[in-house]
Design a protein around this ligand. Structure first.
Ligand SMILES: Cc1cc2nc3c(=O)[nH]c(=O)nc-3n(C[C@H](O)[C@H](O)[C@H](O)COP(=O)(O)O)c2cc1C
Length: 281
């Protein structure tokens, strides 16, 4: 199946599948395999204690792949101040990063700098109202994270389904779906609802390349979707960043390439089902 839409063209990628930003683990070793597999890897600047370590890893990523990858600047908690990111912005510009993501608080200052340099700027937020504001500030695309996802929660946050179907009617920029997606059905469902790509965090945590103990990954695999404690934890996230309900569709710990290849293969099977019956059985 060939994917050719606004996001694949904008980012120069084969499949509209994006590796989410990760504080701590979002380095070249995770991002490069996602890019190599045909998706888009993201290197998260807040993973690096110094801007020079960030530069070294960007150089390493460029040596490891000639496929596109992006950089995320997270504006959250003690990193909300743009000044916190200044040196990292300089490094990303010097290293000729072509696509940047901002997330959390208003990313328009950082986005504006990269837009001026001719780069693509994508912002991730949780509320449709913030997506509308950021669209006015010239963003190229928006990632909307649904309530069923992990990460920053907002009282005015909708589900991934409403984000895609309703926000699609409001926003003009391409939309990227995040929150609770972890398999081909989530991927195809998001595209059908109006997303131009999917963006996943939890699902990539249960891959071989993710820098965490096997025990942690198996907890995601074994997480019961019906567990009331977990339901409360994910919907009311106050501390930490628990794996999302995407855990409900994760049954193994593949490599990133195996994970992306499986989504594409199963997406093709879903397409064939749709063509035969007009609906999934
Ligand atoms: C352990 C962990 C760390 C994360 N760190 C960041 C971060 O630093 N910046 C950011 O924008 N999002 C961060 N996220 C959120 C993901 O990028 C993504 O938006 C989220 O996981 C999507 O929901 P999903 O887990 O249901 O796929 C993190 C998620 C997890 C699970």
């Amino acid at each position: 199946m060939k994917f050719d839409n606004k996001i694949t063209r904008m980012l120069g990628i084969k499949y509209p599948i994006i590796l989410g930003a990760f504080g701590h683990a979002g380095k070249a070793d995770l991002a490069v395999p996602a890019s190599e597999a045909g998706g888009l890897g993201i290197i998260t600047s807040i993973c690096y204690p110094t801007a020079e370590e960030f530069r070294e890893d960007l150089k390493r990523a460029k040596a490891m792949t000639d496929k596109p990858f992006a950089v995320n600047f997270t504006l959250w908690k003690d990193m909300i101040d743009n000044a916190f990111h200044e040196e990292y912005i300089k490094v990303a510009l010097e290293e000729k990063i072509k696509t940047i993501f901002t997330s959390g608080y208003d990313g328009s200052y950082i986005g504006g700098i990269f837009k001026k340099a001719g780069c693509t700027w994508i912002h991730k937020c949780a509320a449709i109202k913030h997506a509308k504001i950021i669209e006015k500030k010239g963003v190229d695309a928006v990632v909307l994270v649904g309530k069923e996802g992990t990460g920053y929660k907002n009282e005015e946050q909708h589900t991934t389904m409403i984000n895609m179907t309703a926000a699609r009617r409001i926003l003009k920029v391409p939309l990227i779906a995040a929150g609770g997606i972890g398999d081909a059905r989530g991927f195809m469902g998001a595209l059908a609802m109006g997303a131009s790509a999917v963006y996943m965090g939890t699902a990539f945590m249960a891959t071989k390349e993710f820098n965490a103990p096997d025990k942690f990954k198996m907890k995601i695999v074994n997480q019961e979707i019906t567990d009331p404690k977990n339901i409360k934890k994910v919907y009311n996230m106050k501390h930490g960043i628990p794996p999302s309900f995407a855990s409900g569709v994760i049954e193994s710990v593949p490599t990133i390439k195996e994970f992306i290849d499986t989504i594409i293969k199963e997406a093709e099977e879903i397409m064939a089902e749709f063509k035969t019956w007009g609906m999934a059985d």
